[in-house]
Design a protein around this ligand. Structure first.
Ligand code: AMP
Ligand code: MG
Length: 341
């Protein structure tokens, strides 16, 4: 099976909606990363997602819906959920809520909660509207590997396991949604950091929001981090990982790069000022032109992929600015650099 990348014409959207209704898989663009979608109420279809990704069944799927009414069909929408929905949907926020009976166990890994999101990307919204289905969709990549932010990324790493990829251009946010656990409305908790921050969520809810510890701070080199005992399903230490070894370094001096040999690659936060480095080509990359954290998040997975394909022995990553705007990038890079699973 070789996947075909399709422009999101009205005809293609109708055909992909039909594929989903029959229980098939379609890779779809979203504002966060590309997703691999299936009919969320069709257990067999959802099992195909796990098979295609090599994803363990203990890692539950996010259900994407078109509207609040459609969200209410799969989850108990508490007043807190509605308030966050009004503030941030459609957008990169996922809520973990008590599930409705109709959601199959395969989607929630047997939990009595379900993760729900209303995405913002036009192509994803068209597909949700035309199909009229809730769509379960994790990132469209082999489990544990770098998330895809273009249709070509999906083709490259899942192209022989799926048939259909809808092209919606490069993802605007570039990192996965913020996941907030609202099962206990008095104690909301961010399970996965994303573009929408705990502070923004707390401002809407009017109560403090905790952030599950472990990976939300810029990488401190050398220190062994505690593994979390009570981790939520799927919150694995190692994730978003290139095949090449990733190593944090405090700062990168030009001389080091120039003398390191061709098998070491470097990822800078900002384009290095030294023109000799840019001239080295593929083994030197940067997340942004001038330090904008939004741009850096958008470019992160694409840059990691590019470096991973260069056949380097090691990728050295420059320490991130100590700025909350970089917390989501720190989370992903810390997990990408983690050794064990
Ligand atoms: P992704 O791997 O990007 O699809 O992200 C899905 C993540 O959402 C999972 O790995 C879980 O951590 C989290 N998640 C999904 N459903 C639930 C749930 N019912 N309860 C708690 N966390 C969930
Ligand atoms: Mg993923």
């Amino acid at each position: 099976m070789t996947a075909r990348i399709q422009a999101p014409t009205p005809t293609a959207i109708r055909r992909m909606a039909a594929v989903l209704k029959r229980g098939g898989l379609v890779a779809v663009p979203s504002e966060t990363v590309y997703g691999l979608a299936a009919h969320a109420l069709d257990a067999k279809a959802c099992q195909r997602i796990f098979k295609a990704k090599g994803r363990p069944p203990t890692d539950p799927l996010i259900v994407h819906v078109h509207s609040l009414a459609a969200a209410a069909a799969v989850a108990d929408l508490t007043p807190e959920a509605r308030a966050l929905g009004r503030a941030f949907w459609p957008g990169p926020l996922t809520l973990v809520l008590k599930k409705k009976e109709i959601v199959p166990d395969v989607v929630t890994s047997g939990l009595d909660s379900v993760a729900v999101r209303i995405p913002r990307h036009r192509v994803f919204r068209d597909l949700l509207r035309v199909s009229g289905l809730p769509l379960a969709a994790p990132s469209a990549n082999p489990f544990g590997y770098i998330s895809p932010t273009t249709a070509e990324h999906v083709l490259h790493s899942l192209g022989d396991r799926i048939e259909h990829i809808l092209d919606g251009g490069a993802c605007d946010v570039g990192v996965e949604s913020t996941i907030v656990d609202l099962r206990n409305p008095a104690k909301p908790c961010v399970l996965r950091p994303g573009k929408i921050t705990a502070d923004e969520i707390a401002a809407v809810l009017g109560v403090p929001v905790t952030v599950r510890r472990g990976r939300s701070h810029p990488g401190k080199t050398g220190k062994k981090r505690r593994s979390t005992a009570q981790r939520a399903p799927g919150q694995l230490e190692r994730h978003y990982s290139p095949a090449t070894r990733l190593r944090w370094v405090k700062a990168i001096a030009s001389e080091e790069v120039l003398t390191s040999g061709r098998r070491v690659a470097y990822l800078f936060v900002v384009r290095p000022a030294d023109p000799r480095l840019a001239a080295l080509g593929g083994r030197v990359a940067w997340l942004s032109e001038s330090g904008d954290a939004t741009e850096a998040a958008r470019m992160l997975f694409s840059r990691l992929r590019g470096l991973d394909q260069g056949g380097y022995r090691e990728i050295r990553v420059e320490r991130l600015p100590d700025d909350p705007a970089y917390a989501v990038i720190a989370d992903r890079l810390n997990r990408a650099a983690a050794r064990g699973r």
